[in-house]
Ligand binder design. Structure first.
Ligand code: GDP
Ligand code: MN
Length: 376
């Protein structure tokens, strides 16, 4: 789960990382009050879980409380890369001398954390890494040893950050460990004209496996932006919208992932994926199918099920009552294997729906679904 900037700021503050004074609101009137409390001049910042807000017009300086109200009114409701701004943070402005970049991110391949730091902060790090890779330091951090003062000094030195950032680097590691984060990023970390080091923008991604002990951030569902994802989430389905033309339904994340691969291998592109998990009840099937069929990009659907605890006959029953309860408008290719596969196949054969086809192998079914999508 990604946190909002103001939540990241709160964590930084709790762990002793210097941050500007700031408050959040969803009301322009209150923005004026906050600006007055903060001394008049403020930076008004859109709270959305995406970067590049500055470039998109979501970070603006307001000279006084009246301007803060006006600016807040402009930014609230704004669309930034598909995210609607519901809240703004008002922060005391800072006189920036230099901007740096620092982050810790899990490096799964290395089985370590990776510290990334650069004296060229402010811009998006991908851009810096592409244009001036020599300015970006990458140092592996042993998760057991962590970032000690010595390690922090090594990181600061490699990136050419001033020695005063060492304390922040150590504390940022503590944020990562104590808050169960997979990523902590400060961009920019700034040196002010007075020489103070301040975290001006923060991004924190928490490990969802630790949700049970991070209850303060809410247990709510992940943010969904695609309307179909919103609908699927409301029905309790694991659905992700992609940009191809073959709808994919499977049981279990592993099978669904390899289904995406075989669809791609057949020359088509998956339009989405839906993991029906262990429960392939008629209701889940009907809900899943209606979400997938309502996507105009979907030309054919590939249902790939390996019967385990939920046996194939139960899945077949689910498919039959789903196609009987919704109007099937697109071809369905079904591959059933595993527990009770023969009975499941017989159920579908007996129903003999003109738009439902069965193929017994995964590759064959993927090729057929791709072919149907092409000729649709
Ligand atoms: P992002 O665009 O979503 O990464 O939002 P940031 O919070 O990082 O803001 C973008 C840029 O706005 C920063 O890199 C700074 O250059 C500038 N900025 C943000 N806050 C302040 C501030 O208090 N004072 C000044 N002078 N610039 C700021
Ligand atoms: Mn930033």
């Amino acid at each position: 789960m990604d946190l909002y900037e103001h939540q990241a700021r709160e964590l930084f503050e709790e762990h002793g990382i210097p941050v500007p004074r700031a408050e959040i609101t969803d009301s322009p009137k209150e923005a004026r009050e906050i600006a007055r409390r903060l001394g008049g001049r403020v930076v008004v910042k859109a709270q959305v879980k995406t970067g590049g807000r500055g470039k998109a017009g979501g970070v603006k300086l307001a000279a006084d409380p009246a301007a803060a109200e006006l600016t807040a009114r402009q930014i609230l409701g704004m669309d930034i890369k598909g995210h609607t701004v519901g809240k703004v943070m008002l922060a005391q402005p800072v006189d920036i001398d230099s901007e740096f970049y620092v982050s810790y991110v899990l490096d799964r391949a290395a089985g370590r954390f990776l510290a990334i730091a650069s004296a060229e902060g402010g811009m998006e790090i991908e851009e810096v890494a592409a244009c001036r890779p020599e300015t970006v330091a990458r140092i592996l951090v042993d998760p057991v040893e962590g970032v000690t003062s010595a390690k922090a000094a090594e990181i600061a030195d490699a990136a050419g950050l001033p020695p005063r950032t060492v304390d922040v680097l150590v504390r940022l590691w503590q944020v990562l460990v104590r808050e169960d984060a997979l990523l902590v990023e400060v961009n920019p970390l700034v040196r002010t004209r007075r020489g103070d080091i301040l975290a001006l923008d923060g991004k924190v991604t928490l490990d969802d496996n630790a949700r049970f002990r991070q209850a303060r951030w809410g247990d709510g569902p992940q943010e969904h932006h695609d309307p179909l994802e919103v609908e699927a989430a409301a029905r309790g389905l694991n659905y992700v919208k992609l940009d191809g033309e073959v709808g994919v339904i499977g049981n279990g994340a592993g099978l669904v992932m390899s289904t995406l691969d075989v669809v791609a291998g057949s020359g088509a592109r998956p339009a989405d994926f839906l993991d029906i998990g262990g429960g392939a009840s008629a209701r889940i099937m009907a809900d899943g199918l209606s979400v997938i069929l309502s996507d105009p990009a979907v030309k054919s659907v590939f249902v790939n099920v390996f019967g385990g605890i939920t046996a194939c006959d139960a899945v077949a029953d689910g498919i039959v009552s789903a196609v009987d309860s919704i109007r099937l408008t697109k071809p369905l290719v079904v591959r059933l294997d595993g527990n009770n596969a023969a009975r499941g196949r017989a159920i579908l054969r007996d129903r003999a729906h003109p738009l439902v086809e069965q193929v017994t192998t995964m590759d064959g079914a993927a090729r057929r679904a791709a072919e149907l999508a092409r000729t649709a």
